[in-house]
Design a binder for this molecule. Structure first.
Ligand code: GLP
Length: 257
């Protein structure tokens, strides 16, 4: 795992946008796994800014969502498909036909279909990930099987409280459909972004704790190419912070993506 402690939240967005820009330059039809939530918003904005500044079209890129709420009306603006269309695809100039998400209205068949859609696309080149304050990845809450596939899950009270700002005046759904941890592990490159002190304990458990379903994000330890970009708040609980800094600083440029 490459752990990269950075100086600020904007440095996290800059580096993530740099990695994504390098990928889409190499592979204009790259398959990107996209996370929702607050953390990657600056990265998407920075990627859009760079692409338009360079006159680069991202129209060939295909997007696959990590997860979706169950029970929302089609097109509900808080739904993750609507969010990705609005906040990622549109600013990047990616057509809605290139955006795929799990369909909770047709469970359980749609779970297997989503797995198939990902593999028919050739698998995910790079999966952007955030981390829940309880260590969840996608919506794989603590206790999720480390080899799980796309399926329905129940949210914890903590996650529903963390996401309540996206549902002003109404309840956060209790159920979700999410790629499993086994699904996520099949992406060729995992890019976890974490910012703010509220993520410090989860990041420390994921990076330095034991591999355990109690911290679903600890599955990153099993992946051959996982990059973790952290701002100072999110990196606060790490015991080996200086080692990570030194290792990253010593890496030659060509090894950085
Ligand atoms: C949400 C999403 C995740 C996201 C995480 C962190 O519930 N399902 O995909 O990465 O929790 O969200 P945020 O970035 O808003 O802290």
């Amino acid at each position: 795992m490459e752990v990269v402690p950075l100086d600020s939240e904007s440095a996290v967005a800059d580096m993530a946008a740099g990695l994504l820009t390098a990928l889409v330059s190499r592979r204009p039809d790259a398959v990107l796994g996209v996370a929702t939530g607050r953390t990657p918003q600056r990265t998407y904005a920075e990627l859009a800014r760079r692409a338009s500044g360079a006159g680069r079209s991202l129209a060939g890129v295909r997007l696959f969502l990590l997860d979706e709420y169950v029970g929302l009306a089609e097109g509900d603006p808080a739904g993750y498909l609507a969010t990705v269309l609005r906040e990622v695809a549109e600013p990047l100039g990616i057509s809605p036909d290139h955006v795929h998400g799990p369909d909770p209205s047709r469970l359980p068949e749609s779970a297997e279909e989503y797995e198939r859609a990902i593999s028919d696309a050739g698998g995910i080149d790079l999966q952007i990930l955030g981390i829940g304050s309880d260590g969840h990845l996608g919506f794989n809450e603590p206790g999720s099987s480390l080899t799980s596939r796309t399926r329905i899950k129940t949210l914890t009270r903590r996650t529903r409280a963390d996401n309540s700002a996206f549902f002003p005046g109404r309840e956060v759904p209790r159920h979700v459909m999410t790629q499993g941890l086994g699904t996520i592990l099949e992406a060729r490159h995992l890019l976890l972004l974490a910012t703010g002190e509220s993520k410090a304990d989860a990041v420390a458990a994921a990076v330095e704790g034991p591999l355990s379903a109690s911290c679903p994000a600890s599955v990153l330890q099993l992946h051959p190419h996982a990059t973790v970009l952290l701002d100072p708040g999110a990196a606060r609980g790490l015991r080996r912070l200086d080692d990570y800094r030194e290792t990253w600083a010593g890496k030659p440029e060509w090894q950085r993506d």
